[in-house]
Design a protein around this ligand. Structure first.
Ligand SMILES: [Zn+2]
Length: 151
């Protein structure tokens, strides 16, 4: 559906390892989310999946709302991409950032412009409601990386 996805939100998993399958299990059975994996995409760091490997989540395939932001309103119009890693301790790998950039460029074109601009790209911590403050995607994330998506 064009024009639905107006935001793209970047997360870290907060864990040093993991994959779409592992996070799906956690979200489904521990967090009790009916649709499982809360993100639309997961990008590996070379532990549980390849370094820079993009896994496509069920929520993208089905084009349904995410469960990755503490806001129903945003979850309905924001795609979620999770980079595997704890970026309070480590940095994302070069390949993760390259894959993420490529994916975002693809998604912005694919989803089209709304009000003359492409989907807005933000780190999770800039979009969560203040009462649910988060440091995601972590204090070691190179935030200047987001500047390339300004347009
Ligand atoms: Zn997050």
């Amino acid at each position: 559906m064009r024009r639905r996805w107006q935001f793209i939100v970047v997360h870290n998993s907060g864990t040093r390892q993991g994959s779409a399958r592992i996070f799906d299990y956690y979200h489904r059975h521990v967090r009790r989310m009916r649709n499982g994996l809360a993100y639309h995409f997961v990008i590996g760091n070379g532990t549980s999946t390849g370094d820079g490997q993009i896994e496509v989540g069920d929520r993208w395939r089905r084009q349904i709302n995410g469960g990755h932001v503490h806001s129903d309103y945003l979850n309905n119009i924001a795609l979620g991409i999770c980079l595997v890693g704890d970026f309070n301790r480590d940095q994302p790998t070069r390949r993760q950032l390259e894959a993420c950039e490529e994916l975002i460029n693809y998604l912005r074109k694919r989803c089209g412009k709304v009000d003359a601009h492409y989907a807005v790209v933000r780190p999770h911590r800039e979009v969560n409601p203040p009462q649910w403050a988060t440091d995601c995607p972590g204090n070691a994330f190179p935030y200047s990386w987001f500047r390339r998506f300004q347009e």
